[in-house]
Ligand binder design. Structure first.
Ligand SMILES: *Cc1c(COP(=O)(O)O)cnc(C)c1O
Length: 379
């Protein structure tokens, strides 16, 4: 096989259990948006359910509907709505929907009336992130209209929620400020008569480090996949998390070249002396950042190497120096790190990004190979 991403579902289940233990008084929502951060949405969702995720979270309604089509029947929420829906399909599929403003609430109510169902709806507050969510000044009107729609039976407000801006920066003043605004907005909604099942604010970093943010439900994405939300917070292992994805490729060519030989497009690398070059058959068409040219780490022939020259669409080169390898030998781009390979976090540092992006951008051209599926060993 040219290349593959091995996805260790036993590690994913263990991570879900570790996250439940980190927030023992709250329910857990495993966030599986963007194809489970590149790991494969349906297999990861199933593994998370097995390990006790009572909720799943998706960004788009299309993702949530795909989970239903794959047979998931548990509590499932999606939050990234645009005018036109598909509200009705989501309501009929028993998906919890979300509204950040009156337009969304009104579309959800109209869809619920049209299909004769009660929509389960979460009202989203902007407590400081400045992205989606209802501003505090607009909250009373949204709450009042939601309460009226609830009285009529069109919706049931099942959740009040918000999202952090800087929970991955320990001690950032916005964390306490957002908590305080959230408490006020929840209190206002409850005084107005709303009785949500779940109030929720925490993402992975807040789940791991801000216990007062747990409320009734925590929404964990990145930590599920065994990746620390930021190195400032600690390493994945410090939180009992193990990386789930290992990305590797089979060397497509190994050859001797003389000194002074240009390597890959633009000749950004020139061999310093006679050496051995190995060709790794993955490139930016597979989601390897082109920014990794000259910086990305890869384990080949027992050592960390740095990509030599430019990452092309389908391939890049590493200079093995005095070492040798054979075509077909494995190059490991990233994994848990315990075989000496780089981690997704090492890649993030090398290319000036975050590990979230490194795993999520691995494209569909790389087959996902699932291991640890059966849980036969009791995990
Ligand atoms: C992506 C996302 C999460 C999960 O964030 P992580 O940092 O990956 O845990 C939680 N809530 C919302 C609204 C999100 O968009």
């Amino acid at each position: 096989m040219r290349a593959r991403a091995v996805v260790d579902l036993a590690a994913l289940r263990a991570n879900v259990r570790a996250l439940r233990a980190a927030a023992p008084t709250a329910e857990l929502m495993t966030v599986v948006k963007s194809d489970a951060y590149g790991h494969g949405m349906v297999p990861c969702a199933r593994a998370a359910r097995k390990a006790g995720a009572s909720w799943l979270g998706a960004a788009t309604p299309e993702e949530a509907l795909a989970l239903r089509a794959a047979g998931d029947t548990g509590r499932l929420m999606c939050w990234l709505w645009t005018p036109g829906g598909p509200w009705r399909q989501a309501i009929e599929a028993d998906i919890d929907v979300s509204a950040s403003g009156l337009w969304a609430l009104r579309e959800a109510v109209a869809a619920a009336r049209a299909c004769g169902r009660t929509a389960r709806l979460h009202l989203k507050a902007d407590t400081g992130l400045g992205r989606s969510g209802c501003q505090p000044a607009d909250w009373p009107a949204l709450v009042d209209e939601a309460r009226a729609a609830e009285a009529e039976g069109a919706i049931r407000v099942t959740g009040l929620w918000s999202h952090f801006a800087c929970a991955d920066e320990p001690g950032h003043p916005s964390i306490g400020a957002q908590l305080s605004v959230f408490r006020d907005m929840v209190a206002h909604a409850e005084q107005a008569g709303l009785r949500p099942e779940v109030r929720h604010l925490a993402n992975s970093p807040a789940t791991l480090t801000v216990p007062e943010s747990h409320f009734d439900l925590v929404r964990t994405g990145i930590a599920t996949y065994g990746i620390s939300p930021s190195s400032e917070l600690g390493a994945a292992a410090d939180f009992g998390l193990r990386p789930v994805m290992t990305l590797s490729a089979a060397l497509a060519s190994v050859k001797r070249v003389p000194g002074g030989h240009g390597v890959s497009y633009g000749h950004r690398y020139v061999t310093p002396g006679e050496t051995t070059l190995a060709l790794v058959p993955v490139g930016y068409g597979d989601g390897i950042p082109r920014h990794a040219s000259g910086t990305g780490p890869v384990l080949v022939a027992g050592k960390w190497r740095t990509i030599a020259g430019t990452v092309a669409m389908d391939q890049f080169v590493v200079d093995l120096g005095g070492d040798t390898a054979a075509p077909g030998d494995e190059a490991v781009l990233f994994g848990p790190g315990d075989r000496g390979e780089p981690t997704a976090e090492d890649w993030a540092r090398a290319v000036g990004s975050i590990a979230y992006e490194i795993v999520t951008r691995i494209s569909a051209r790389i087959p996902r190979v699932y291991v640890g599926e059966d849980g036969g060993t009791g995990n």
